[in-house]
Each structure stands twice: as C-alpha cells, then as structure tokens.
Design a protein. Structure first.
Length: 210
C-alpha cells in the first residue's frame, strides 16, 4: 500500500504519517527529513538544496526526486511506503507517475491557515533524528531532549511566524493544486484536522479503509 500525505505546513501530516506507519508497518518517507539529512551531511544534493531552503523556496524537482528514488529503492519500502512532503507540485506528481510508482490513496489533512500559524509557533524538531514534537499537543518527556534519540529539540527557523506566512503562500500557490490533481484520479481522501491528534488519527484510518 503506497500512500501520500498532503496538507499545509503544520497541518499535522507528519504526525499522522508516523501513526499510520506504526499501524501498518510501512516506512514513512519524509522528504523534508531526507533533505535536512543531506544538508547536515554536506552531500552534493544537500548543498544544492540548502540554497533554496535558506531562501524559503521549494527545492528543485531533480534534487528531490534523486534523493527520493534512492530511498524507496531500499528493502523496507518494497511492500509499500508513505510519502510525507512529496510531491509538492503537480509537476512532481507527474514525475512520480513517470517513475512508475503507483499511489493507492492520497490523504489530505485540512487545517485552516490561522490555526496552522498558532500551531507551528509551538512546534519543536530534533536536530539529530528529525522527530517532531509540539509544546502543547506532543511534548517531549524531558525539556529540550528528544524522546527517541536524546538529541536536541529546538524551534526551527522555518517554523517562525514570518517564515510560516511565506511557506503558506508557497503552499497555496504550488502544492494545493495537487488536491484537484489526485481527486480527478479518484485517489483523494480529505481529513479535517482535529485539535486532538488521536481524533485526527481515527479519521485518517477511516479514510484509508474507505
């Protein structure tokens, strides 16, 4: 079962992808985490991606697709996977189809912009493993320390209010058209994001089973 999670930045698609990953034993492939890892390791693709990420722009398709192709070729993705953060444009979705990757369902986690801005100011991310937390909805057990790897948990620059507004603008211009793209293919399922993570998870699982 190959799934895609769509949604504006901060809508909670990463958390839902993780929950679904645990339930169905499917790897959650976050292109955001892969890009940050490439930047951290100073790879050629990472250095190329960093210029665009620092400016708040989308990373070019050829950079993202190259990293993604390597990831879904690994053994743990042979029985299916969850894509979180890819595709971000219709052109990327078309490229995914040209790669011969069949997507079974696309889950669109919908949350209003004003709620997203409030949410993201409380988001924290592990600088080592990329695990996501929130000071209200998903706090760490120990202040500033990742539950998974004990790395440092911090507010990313791209979660600051001024950057969030720029990211939402980019999302509506570039990524939101994917909703119609996958709806026209009969693969879209829209889930209304709830205040409680577990409520959104319940609706997400119902959408997958529908």
């Amino acid at each position: 079962m190959n799934l895609i999670f769509l949604g504006a930045p901060g809508a909670g698609k990463g958390t839902q992808a993780e929950n679904v990953s645990n339930k169905y034993s499917l790897p959650a492939v976050s292109t955001g985490n892969m890009l940050r890892e490439a930047v951290k390791n100073g790879t050629e693709a990472g250095l190329s991606a960093k210029r665009y990420m620092d400016a708040g722009d989308l990373v070019p398709d050829e950079v993202v697709i190259g990293i993604l192709k390597d990831r879904i070729a690994l053994d743990d993705a042979k029985n299916g996977f969850i894509l979180d953060g890819f595709p971000r444009t219709v052109e990327q979705a078309q490229a995914l189809e040209r790669m011969g990757v069949n997507i079974d369902k696309v889950l669109n986690i919908h949350v209003a912009d004003e709620r997203i801005i409030a949410r993201m100011s409380g988001r924290r991310v592990c600088s080592d493993c990329g695990s996501s937390y929130h000071i209200e909805y998903k706090p760490v057990k120990s202040e500033g320390v990742c539950d998974s790897c004990k790395g440092s948990v911090e507010l990313r620059d791209d979660d600051k209010p001024e950057t969030v507004l720029a990211r939402l603008k980019t999302y509506h211009e570039k990524t939101a058209p994917l909703i119609n793209f996958y709806d026209s293919r009969g693969k879209l399922r829209t889930v209304e994001g709830q205040e409680k993570i577990e409520d959104t998870t319940r609706l997400t699982l119902e959408a997958i089973d529908s």
